[in-house]
Design a protein around this ligand. Structure first.
Ligand SMILES: [Fe+2]
Length: 363
């Protein structure tokens, strides 16, 4: 190879972060020997004052003069445990290892009733989207449930992305939204009552919505990363509806194509979304309906999450975990009930409909 053709790490355009140090030798040894960085350049030869090193997609210029305190470097390293190190120059190096498994924090169960009360309960997210937090305490950081409203329809400023999650579903409450998912064919429209199960790390994108789109999104853990996908474009050329994503299949539930069947409580009917089969029983979601005066009594469930959202009509809730009189849950109210808690529901309207989601099992 002629020298003019040679490409090295020091040609072309690049950027580097300058990190100060007092003892270049000790700092360099730490980054090279301890962390596996590669030396790209060092100067001057007789008394090195500056060294350029690269690793993990980062380029650092270690420079004598001052301290590296206050600089924090976060490295994702697959074959090392997560730990926090301090380099000889004071730079903090946080090593993270996501591994393959998403670990959920410790569950803190509670009875949460979130009514659709006032404007104040909405916060404004990006691109004019309005968010209502349906489980403000997040049950110890395990679950998040959001009521999302897009007042103005049209193209949605989204990009292909994916999430590191254990569970995530979106239920269309009103309006419509066009979405596309990795290996699930062309984009499609979700209408009221439709829902999707987004298995872990499936690439997806929201394309456009109607005015006044409202969806309910439920996920675990409550805080999770969203990663931009730069390689895969959607739709993908192959269609693999049975593809396994960390033990889950993608689900597209179309309400209109799903019959109402008897639910486990008499007087109630349900449309099963198929999330139970797609997650091998880890989660389930269904739309249930009943006429006025229907009642149910639940002696106590065993799920990490039992979440309900009143889609239309209203219902009275009674539990043994509160001394209060019955809660009336009007349209738009959500509910989480802790495990092993006796509760009852009494339907107050003929058009009563509710989304019911169960996730995980308690120990
Ligand atoms: Fe997403």
């Amino acid at each position: 190879m002629k020298s003019k053709d040679r490409q090295t790490a020091n040609t072309g355009n690049f950027g580097e972060v300058v990190v100060s140090c007092a003892d270049l030798d000790a700092t360099l040894n730490f980054f090279v020997d301890e962390l596996g960085f590669r030396i790209e350049m060092i100067t001057p030869a007789d008394n090195p004052m500056k060294a350029v090193i690269t690793g993990y997609g980062v380029r650092l210029c270690l420079q004598v003069g001052g301290s590296g305190e206050g600089t924090k470097l976060r490295l994702q390293i697959d074959d090392r445990p997560s730990e926090i190190l301090t380099a000889p120059n004071g730079t903090v190096v946080e090593i993270t290892n996501f591994g393959n498994e998403v670990i959920l924090p410790e569950l803190r169960e509670s009875l949460v009733v979130t009514p659709l009360s006032s404007e104040a309960s909405w916060s404004i997210g990006r691109a004019g989207m309005r968010y209502r937090d349906l489980i403000p305490g997040r049950l110890g950081g395990v679950f998040i449930a959001s009521h999302i409203h897009i007042p103005m329809g049209g193209p949605v400023p989204d990009y292909v992305h994916y999430h590191r999650i254990k569970f995530q579903m979106i239920y269309c409450k009103s309006g419509w939204v066009r979405v596309v998912y990795e290996d699930q064919g062309e984009s499609f429209v979700m209408n009221p009552g439709d829902c999707v199960l987004q298995p872990p790390e499936i690439r997806h994108r929201v394309l456009e919505s109607s005015d006044n789109l409202e969806v309910i999104e439920i996920g675990a853990p409550a805080e999770h990363e969203t990663f931009a996908e730069h390689e895969i474009t959607l739709p993908t050329s192959q269609v693999k509806p049975d593809r396994d994503f960390s033990g889950q299949r993608f689900v597209r539930h179309v309400a209109e194509q799903t019959p109402w069947v008897s639910w486990k409580y008499s007087g109630f009917e349900a449309r099963n979304t198929g999330i139970d089969a797609a997650t091998s029983g880890y989660a389930s979601a269904m739309t249930v309906r009943a006429k006025r005066s229907a009642t149910l009594h639940e002696p106590g469930h065993e799920n990490a999450l039992l979440f309900a959202f009143v889609l239309s009509g209203s219902v009275n809730l009674t539990t043994n975990s509160t001394t209060e009189s019955a809660h009336r849950l009007a349209t738009g109210t959500s509910l989480t009930v802790p495990s092993r808690t006796k509760f009852g529901l009494e339907v107050l309207d003929d058009d009563f409909k509710m989304l019911v989601v169960q996730v995980g099992k308690i120990d």
